[in-house]
Structures are given as C-alpha cells and as structure tokens.
Design a protein. Structure first.
Length: 186
C-alpha cells in the first residue's frame, strides 16, 4: 500500500478570509501565523472546511477500503470497481484482501474526525497503518492539521470505547494529552 499523491486545495489565507467573513470583517493581508492556524483547527470552526485534501491510496486491501468508506461527512470516496461486467473477473471469486485503488477528497474537519476513529488502538492494525500513511503525507503539507489529528481518547480526554485498550490509564497517555492541549510552535 502507498499514497500515490496528495494535493491541498485552498490556502490558510482563504481560511482566514472565511473566518473574517463570519465575524463581519474585511479580508486580511498575508498568511495567518502558525499559532492562529493551530487554534483554528483545535476549535474546529467552519472555515477550516476550506482546506481540501485530495489523495489516492494504491494497493489498499478491499476490506480496509471498506473501513474508510464508512466515513461519510466531509469526504467523498472513489474506489476501483470489482463489478464483473467492468473487470471481466467474477467478483464472487475475489477475496476480501483483493487490492483496490481508493481516492478521496476531504476537508480538514473530516480528516480530524476520521483520525479520532482510525488512530484508536481498537482500529484494525491495517486500517491504522493506511491512515498513518496519509497523515505522514499531510504532515509535510499541513503540519498544523497533522498535530490535531489524534485518537478519540486524546480528543475527549478519556476513552469512550466499550473495550478500552487501557492506554488512557497510563502516564504516557497523560503526557500525550498534555502535549495535545499545549502545543508549542517555537
């Protein structure tokens, strides 16, 4: 599995201009600072949906692709077909591990939301690996977005899972939670 490409549509200037519009201000000049960008992502106000991320996974297992297709809000999925009339292969004979191409377009809010589920220790190892592969690519383009993509337990401050992995009761969790809440960009 690999990421074929990642593309960012929109700039932080556009996010800032949308934020100004919501409070009745004129458009600003220049790019907003790192601290403003981080704060805007943490508070999850609507202008962050201006940031659109496009990417494509290649050689993603079909059953892993299905995990991502379950996410619907703020994201669109385009998955290579397994229809027999299009491929010439009887789809009933294809295994769940069949490799597919999975392309997505999502806004920053969707990336944050999906991270909460797919970074959880209860997510399948393969799905977690695919999501981390995407986040590694996001980190190069939008490091502030990467920094707010955390599992549900960090996001909420406790583990809401029916069968907790136990990490939320550790010192490592407490440290990670502190880092999430007090990110420094010195």
């Amino acid at each position: 599995m690999r990421i074929d490409y990642i593309e960012i549509k929109a700039t932080w200037r556009e996010v800032a201009d949308a934020a100004r519009t919501t409070v009745g201000m004129e458009k600003g000049r220049g790019e907003p600072g790192v601290k403003w960008r981080h704060k805007m992502l943490l508070c999850e106000h609507s202008p962050i949906r201006q940031l659109i991320i496009k990417w494509k996974w290649v050689d993603l297992q079909y059953w892993v692709s299905v995990h991502f297709v379950r996410h619907k809000i703020g994201i669109e999925h385009f998955v290579s077909t397994q229809r027999s009339d299009r491929t010439g292969v009887n789809r009933d004979e294809l295994p769940q591990s069949q490799m597919v191409t999975h392309e997505c377009i999502a806004n920053a809010q969707a990336i944050i939301n999906i991270s909460r589920k797919r970074l959880c220790a209860q997510a399948s190892r393969e799905t977690n690996k695919a999501w981390k592969l995407l986040l590694d690519a996001v980190k190069k383009e939008l490091p502030e977005l990467y920094n707010v993509c955390v599992p549900e337990c960090i996001y909420r401050g406790f583990c809401p899972e029916l069968n907790s992995c136990g990490w939320a009761a550790t010192d490592a969790f407490a440290e990670k939670l502190k880092q999430y809440r007090e990110v420094s960009f010195d």
